[in-house]
Ligand binder design. Structure first.
Ligand SMILES: [Fe+2]
Length: 182
């Protein structure tokens, strides 16, 4: 456990350019070490856009948080798997999956969404993947941060942007019905 902390303190972002990480990585299990330089390419951040909105204020707050999470993961994708930032991000990812999916599924159930089961199944797969990333992190799998980042970008492009675009009209119908029948 101490060796793990030691490796973190020796591993840092270049203070001049900020574009790469460098440091001495000490393997917390074997006591071996190696010099690491990881290039950090500047990537354009994803910004909230109304096209990502599902027209439901509480759901949209969670969706904004997902984008924040994705951008943070982009910043930390080359960090050591044992870093504090990675622990925090995987924790937040689990929180997002737990609370957001429950709320979205509740809204879809009430709206009698016609593709509810397969939509819920996609959420379940995301939660399972998140749980497997937790195991990877506990096992110090070095590539886990980059794999998490890739997974989040895929989820954003395929589910948040495309699949969830189908639910917006259903949520709207429900909201309109609530207004006309208070
Ligand atoms: Fe969804």
């Amino acid at each position: 456990m101490q060796a793990q902390k030691k490796s973190e303190s020796l591993y840092q972002r270049c203070p001049v350019s900020g574009l790469f990480n460098y440091g001495l990585h000490v393997d917390p299990r074997g006591g071996e070490f190696e010099w690491i330089i990881r290039v950090r390419m500047p990537v354009k951040k994803i910004k909230w856009d109304e096209s990502v909105s599902v027209g439901h204020p509480r759901l949209d707050e969670h969706r904004k948080f997902f984008i924040h999470l994705l951008n943070k993961m982009e910043e930390h994708q080359n960090d050591l798997v044992s870093s504090e930032a990675i622990s925090q991000l995987i924790y937040q990812m689990r929180e997002f999956a737990t609370y957001y999916f429950a709320l979205e599924e509740e809204c879809l159930r009430k709206a009698h969404y016609d593709d509810f089961d397969s939509h819920k199944d996609q959420h379940r797969k995301f939660k399972e993947k998140t749980a497997s990333f937790c195991v990877d992190i506990m096992n110090h799998k070095a590539s886990a941060p980059r794999e998490i980042y890739r997974h989040l970008t895929d989820w954003f492009a395929e589910h948040i942007v495309v699949t969830d675009s189908r639910i917006k009209p259903w949520l709207q119908i429900k909201a309109d019905a609530a207004v006309s029948h208070p």
